[in-house]
Design a protein around this ligand. Sequence first.
Ligand code: F6R
Length: 261
Amino acid sequence: MEIVITPDPQAAAVVAADAIERLLLNNTEPVLGLATGSSPLPTYQELIARYRSGRITFANGRAFLLDEYVGLEVGHREAYRTFIQRELTDQVDLPANALFGPDGNTVELATAAERYEQLISDVGGIDLQLLGIGSDGHIGFNEPTSSLGSRTRLKTLTDATRTDNARFSDDDISAVPRHVLTQGIGTILEADHLILLASGASKARPIAQAVVGPLMAMMPASALHLHPHATVIIDEAAAEELSHSDYYREAFANKPAWQHI
Ligand code: F6R
């Protein structure tokens, strides 16, 4: 696992966007996995700026959501498909039919989950998956005790996660759905490259536990240790409780020029 500590979230966004830019330039049919929430927003802003300046195109790409709320109608402001359209895909040239997400608006949720797994496999898997981390250590919406081999499925959000996410719904926890469809940890681990972004003091504890270990179901983000190419990009505040942080800074500062994240 590579740990990159940056002075602020904007610098973290540049490191993540550089990796996405390389994928878009070098792969004829790039497949991105997109997270919602606050953590990836600076990266999405950076990608939009690079698209507008003509540096990158998403025209041949496909994008897959990490998760989706259950029961929010199509176009609902807080639905994750709407979120990602608003914050990224409507502002770049990703074709409208190249954005995929689990269908959380059906009664056939188990079928929708299976269909989503099939879709990801039909395109040959995800090349680069962006992730955030919950204050309880979740990735996607795999809450603590999720199986490390889990696939896309229905999950019940913890009260802690619903409280965290109420900020997007005027602090009204009752407006945050209790259920989601989320890529499983096993699904996430099949992407070629995982980039986890985190900033701010509220992420310092889960980041320290995920990076240092132990690998455990109570800390879903610790599953990144099972992946051969996982990059954790954090700002100084999120690195606050991390041991070995000087080593991570030194390693990144002295990376050979040819060796990207
Ligand atoms: C979002 C997702 C979640 C968030 C996590 C952190 O699609 O799957 O795991 O990444 O809850 O959220 P923020 O970035 O808002 O702190």
